[in-house]
Design a binder for this molecule. Structure first.
Ligand code: PRX
Length: 566
């Protein structure tokens, strides 16, 4: 069991080997996340404990013990090996939130391959760029998503195997496709887990950049050291907790804490694949007696919108600790949750690249609503001047900087060393966010330092949306910015100029929307297209999104001396 202590105590005595010791790991040992999340828990005598309670649409429910997830992940690993999947090859999980996604993740890691989870809502173009970039060799998917895979397979020379987990054999599979039914597969009890080491690659998550293609963030098995300890100290996971992480594993929260941190801690976790509604969510908490809940500001604001009355219809007394991640958690949301649940949401800040929670409000710590809290022990964080990259005094706004060296830091952007290196300046890792620190050492988020839009916790590159827009024959130019929204905090808005001969009307908007829908992930879709006669530009012709964004947010436009300049 982990040591109970307060933040200051933990800070002064901190060493990452606290986590290593709790996990029984010594430098140089093999370390495999798949083993830690299943076999180790069974070896501790908890094989019969529930690892996963899953609920799908129509009240469908499945339950898996730690012994089940150990054996089934072996079965999946064995099946992949049989197909010829080799260590360090990328295996994509293109699945809804079904048990195969969670258990398959462990299976991939157990054979030393790299798990590449992608949102099943992705359209074929979003899927294609990520599989092409990663040179993925196998993809695990469902019948319902097979059409998307089939349409791009000819353009993916590295892809060799398509594994369909819910095939009922009624319609024939095609070349390269093979069925695998996990629940009916032979349970494999003894399996030789690939001897991965601390620096062996484990997970590849794609995240949007300001320019260019999405970047593949490469993590290693040693990330477990950070993920385990933060799950214990920040999410406060304890032996008897029933835990619910609402994030999809297509997003880093869904793997770092929706799989790894949770199962390495041996708790029972609940997953649902039923979509959002306040009633459905509260019923889920009541039914499974969820005690620890890790969610996101957009979900919390959606619950706020549904109102307080609906909360009264459910017994939510099992809840013990609430945490949130992904976007600014506004003070009102913290105060609201305290009022209706009797518990505040604890904000936490981190990134795909950091692999684990960096700044957060700890259990027991005084929460200042609206603040992200304090750095995790072992994390050196500062606010830096944006020109000199030197730390600046308390109270001043600047760039967040982290001193590199924590276990779960990304090891590389896939095939993109240049962009990776550019993230480190003056000995600091620069996540690209602006904040300030107050007199008490609390961090306050200000905003991103680039044009990336964070809509409902999902990062959208304006460049990607603009590129999709200008492929439409009627579009001359476009600029994509965020506009305010109560639930998602920001949503995507596109400004478009049309080529001569085209009419700016509702039908054109609909036509363009339908056109880009095929290219973009649903999360990146603009909520609105505004047709304009011209876009603000610098003298050299660079579109100034900043001006349009300020307009949308009703802010001062600021220094426009460069409007016609560079
Ligand atoms: O801008 C910050 C915002 O989300 C970015 C990271 O997004 P992603 O890599 O998709 O990972 C999100 C889940 C770990 C950050 O650079 N962000 C994340 N958490 C917070 C936040 N912004 C404000 N407050 C937060 N708590």
């Amino acid at each position: 069991m982990h040591i109970i202590g307060n933040y200051e105590e933990r800070l002064s005595n901190f060493n990452w080997n606290i986590s290593e010791k709790e996990l029984g790991y010594k430098p140089g040992d093999n370390i495999n996340i798949g083993w830690y999340c299943s076999d180790r828990i069974c070896n501790m005598g908890k094989g019969d404990k529930l690892a996963l309670i899953w609920e799908g649409l129509g009240g469908k429910e499945k339950r898996y013990t730690y012994n089940d997830i150990r054996q089934y992940s072996n079965s999946i690993g064995n099946f992949l090996q049989g197909l010829g999947v080799k260590p360090e090859e990328r295996v994509c999980l293109f699945l809804d939130r079904i048990p195969e996604l969670y258990i398959g993740f462990l299976g991939i890691l157990k054979i030393g391959a790299i798990a590449q989870p992608l949102f099943s809502a992705f359209g074929e173009e979003s899927l294609h760029v990520r599989l092409e970039n990663a040179e993925t060799t196998a993809i695990i998917t469902q019948k319902k998503h097979l059409g998307k895979v089939r349409r791009i397979v000819a353009n993916l020379p590295h892809l060799r195997n398509i594994i369909v987990v819910d095939d009922n054999a009624k319609s024939p599979l095609q070349d390269m496709e093979v069925a695998f039914n996990m629940d009916e597969s032979e349970r494999i009890d003894k399996f030789e887990i690939y001897p991965t080491k601390a620096e062996s690659p484990s997970v590849l998550h794609y995240t949007s950049g300001t320019t260019g293609m999405p970047k593949g963030v490469k993590h290693v098995h040693y990330s477990l050291i950070s993920q385990y300890l933060t799950a214990q100290w920040v999410l406060d996971l304890k032996e008897n907790d029933i835990y619910w992480c609402t994030a999809d594993p297509g997003w880093v929260t869904g793997t770092s804490y929706g799989i790894i941190g949770a199962w390495a801690s041996g708790v029972t976790q609940c997953v649902n694949d039923i979509g959002f509604s306040a009633d459905a969510w509260y019923r889920f908490i009541e039914k499974h007696k969820i005690s620890v809940w890790y969610s996101a500001p957009t979900a919390i604001r959606s619950l706020m919108k549904a109102g307080e009355k609906v909360v009264m219809n459910y017994d939510l007394s099992s809840l013990r600790h609430l945490a949130s991640v992904g976007e600014p958690l506004n003070a009102e949301a913290v105060i609201w949750s305290e009022k209706v649940f009797g518990l505040p949401f604890h904000d936490s800040y981190w990134q795909t690249e950091t692999g684990s929670i960096m700044i957060s409000n700890y259990p027991g710590m005084r929460i200042k609503p609206g603040s992200m809290g304090k750095p995790f022990p072992g994390i050196e964080a500062a606010i830096l001047n944006q020109n000199t990259y030197e730390p600046i005094p308390v109270g001043q706004a600047g760039l967040i900087g982290f001193r590199p060296g924590w276990p779960s830091m990304m090891r590389m952007y896939w095939n993109n060393e240049e962009t990776y290196k550019a993230k480190f300046v003056n000995g600091w890792y620069i996540p690209g966010d602006r904040a300030y620190i107050d007199q008490d050492g609390y961090f306050w988020f200000i905003g991103r330092d680039d044009d990336i839009i964070n809509t409902g916790g999902h990062l959208v590159s304006p460049f990607e949306v603009e590129s999709a827009l200008i492929e439409h024959p009627a579009v001359a130019e476009s600029a994509v910015v965020s506009k305010p929204d109560f639930v998602n905090m920001e949503v995507v808005k596109a400004f478009v100029t049309l080529k001569t001969g085209y009419t700016a009307d509702e039908e054109m908007e609909l036509q363009i929307m339908n056109f880009i829908r095929k290219k973009l992930s649903p999360l990146a879709m603009p909520q609105e297209i505004e047709f304009v006669n011209g876009l603000p530009k610098t003298r050299s012709g660079k579109i100034m999104r900043r001006i349009l964004k300020a307009q949308e947010w009703g802010e001062e436009i600021g220094d426009t001396s460069s409007l016609e300049d560079d």
